[in-house]
Design a protein around this ligand. Structure first.
Ligand code: MSP
Length: 642
């Protein structure tokens, strides 16, 4: 039986999850859900990469042991996966015993093949990549090609893997299996790297302590990439007594094995990993799918660049499905894309609130208002059914090829066709002329409603929560076979339909940005630290008039989660100020507090309420939650702060 296995990269625990990690994980989730939907037996693995120098250093910097740091970050990943409904079957941590056993078994096989030897190792090392580079890969400043940061010359006695022996076999494999690296353009890149000559690879480290001890080499730990790549098979039980899953999803002629990765780690997956597996005599992955980077200001979003995007506020305000949709629709798999809140809101309103939301609510309302439920017959000859035939095959071909934006386009084109069908058939007129019992009315609405159900089935790998809501609004429960059936005609007849709130309420984008401007939370990324050229003169600071003030009135701004309307006493005057603190403070707890305000800001209107100043607050934690700065009670209101 054909099986399908998909993996995400395992994520380093020296960084909290950001948009790039979310993307890789959501993509893998979408792929696996699709294969499950078309009836394949699937397995979905993700996890964390917890060994190595970077983790050792990051933990030390925070005064933690490496494992305590890993435990913390893993919790964040688990939380994130719950939020985004990531349906992974397993989560591997490289610090687990099952992983270590598997790594030892892999090393034993490579060793038995005679592919290890010991020698002195020297080269230009990037500690962020945990990899050596040759001189020709670096720029004049000897900076790493991925991070642009300086590499250092390192020298130690190491175990080497005879990578150079595998160049021929790798090239042969690429030739025979053009599907091995996708998109195909990336394969050419990998092949040319291999053709330029492979050096043997050092696979042990003596300077690093935090790792799996290298078998038979006391004082050495396993190089973190050999350790990490092995996760794809150790998690399936390779090297343990019970390796049924490994045999089902990896070592099996009909097993499809897909690694989803970012293009930054292609070489590790398309050169080193297959070479290790060839040496060990194990099957290779079927396909390595490399996606592009999410960029901000034309740079890869990453911790080392310092332009992290954590879209927590968008998820809190618009739901995880809106972000899942945006990520998959906005980026053509394989290419880079820019992340911005503006682009997100545009798609949210146009695609989700309008195209999808309105089509679903219009068809549902017509059925409910006509019959209080689904139509009483299944219509099997109509234009929606014909449009579905085309949409389904376009969708399926695009999904199988990971062209998610194309797959979504096919669904959106189909939604427009359903809409057009409803508009031209004018069911409201049929109802008026022939009454709610009209067979014609039932047939027209059956075509539209079944059409909507099938759009929700095709959408379910992308936006599982939204699909469930659509089914529910047509009286179909999540467990009902109709929620996962791609064949026409499965919508239950005469099923009561509950009234449901809008799937994606329209967002007032202008108000949203204004509101964001006043919160102390950076909406995206952390601001770059001020460089020496950005220092300001004392006169610049003196332009800002800071004064103490007592809060006398506090009330929430209607329809806003973030904004609070304050009236403050400045000693000689009373002012209205709007502050982005409503998510953290209760109005009652604010009255009577002494705070610091910027007194000479130009007035601004926030959600229609005029604000004459700004209250200072510390921005705390990842999310930048505002914490008001207190002034001792005996300082009179209106005092100058300088
Ligand atoms: N631990 C290694 C992977 C080992 S796999 C055997 C690693 N971890 S990582 O935490 O740095 O995550 C890297 C992956 O996160 C990338 O390959 C990519 O999948 C994703 N992304 C991180 N930043 C990204 C963007 N800015 N854009 C898109 N995805 C990127 O490398």
């Amino acid at each position: 039986m054909k099986t399908f296995y998909a993996t995400t990269p395992i994520y380093y625990v020296n960084d909290l999850p950001h948009i790039g990690h979310i993307y890789s994980t959501v993509v893998t989730d979408v792929i696996t859900r699709f294969h499950r939907l078309i009836g394949e037996k699937t397995w979905f693995l993700t996890g964390t990469d917890e060994h190595g120098q970077n983790i050792e250093k990051a933990a030390a910097a925070q005064g933690l042991t490496p494992i305590a740091l890993a435990d913390r970050v893993v919790e964040r990943y688990r939380e994130l996966y719950r939020t985004f409904e990531i349906a992974n079957d397993d989560f591997i941590r490289t610090t687990e015993a099952r992983h270590r056993r598997g790594v030892e078994a892999l090393i034993a096989r490579i060793s038995a093949a005679g592919d290890f030897y010991t020698a002195k190792h020297e080269g230009w090392y990037c500690s962020s990549c945990e990899a050596f580079y040759t001189e020709k890969e670096l720029d004049e400043g000897k900076n790493c090609p991925v991070h642009g940061r300086p590499t250092v010359w390192e020298s130690e006695e190491n175990v080497f893997f005879r990578l150079s022996n595998y160049a021929g076999r790798l090239l042969e494999h690429y030739e025979k299996h053009p599907e091995f690296v996708q998109p195909e353009s990336r394969l050419a890149e990998v092949a040319s790297f291999v053709k330029s000559g492979l050096n043997d690879l050092s696979v042990s480290r003596s300077k690093v302590k935090w790792g799996i001890p290298f078998p038979n080499h006391p004082g050495h730990v396993v190089y973190v990439w050999l350790d990490a790549l092995a996760n794809y098979i150790t998690a399936l039980g390779f090297g343990s007594e019970d390796d049924r899953r490994y045999r089902e999803f990896w070592d099996h002629t009909e097993a499809e094995r897909v690694h989803v990765i970012g293009k930054d780690i292609l070489r590790f997956h398309a050169v080193y990993w297959p070479a290790f597996l060839m040496s060990a005599g194990l099957p290779l992955p079927t396909t390595v799918r490399a996606h592009g980077w999410w960029l901000r200001d034309a740079k890869k979003v990453s911790k080392s660049v310092g332009n992290i995007v954590r879209p927590d506020h968008l998820v809190a305000d618009f739901g995880p499905d809106a972000l899942r949709y945006f990520l998959l629709r906005e980026m053509a798999f394989g290419q880079d894309a820019s992340f911005s809140d503006e682009a997100f809101l545009t798609r949210y309103n146009a695609d989700l609130a309008n195209d999808l939301g309105n089509t679903v609510s219009r068809v549902a309302a017509l059925c409910r208002q006509s019959f209080g439920g689904t139509p009483n017959e299944v219509c099997t000859d109509n234009d929606v059914l014909r449009a579905y035939g085309t949409a389904r095959s376009e969708w399926q071909a695009a999904m199988a090829d990971c062209q998610f934006n194309r797959a979504l386009e096919a669904i959106w084109k189909y939604l427009a066709e359903i809409n057009g069908f409803v508009v031209t058939r004018e069911p409201w007129k049929i109802k008026k002329a022939e009454g709610a019992d009209s067979a014609r009315l039932h047939r027209v609405l059956s075509a539209a409603a079944e059409g909507v159900r099938l759009s929700a089935v095709m959408l379910s790998p992308f936006v599982p929560k939204t699909s469930r809501k659509i089914f529910e609004s047509f009286g179909v429960e999540a467990k009902d076979p109709a929620a996962a059936d791609l064949d026409w005609g499965r919508l239950p007849v005469s099923r009561p339909m509950p009234e449901m709130p809008a799937l994606f309420p329209r967002a007032d984008a202008d108000a949203y940005f204004k509101e964001k401007d006043v919160t102390t939370t950076p909406t995206t990324g952390e601001p770059a630290p001020a460089g020496p050229e950005e220092r300001i003169a004392i006169e610049d600071f003196q332009k800002v008039r800071l004064r103490t003030a007592k809060i006398v009135v506090a009330e929430r701004v209607p329809k806003s989660n973030k904004l609070m309307r304050l009236e403050v006493d400045l000693g000689d005057e009373r002012r209205q100020i709007v502050a982005g603190i409503a998510a953290q403070y209760e109005p009652e707890a604010l009255v009577g507090r002494n705070v610091v305000v910027v007194a000479n800001l130009r007035p601004a209107k926030l959600m229609g309420v005029e604000s004459n100043g700004m209250v200072l607050a510390a921005s705390v934690g990842e999310a930048g939650a505002p914490v008001l700065l207190d002034v001792p009670a005996d300082v009179p209101a209106g005092s100058k702060v300088k």
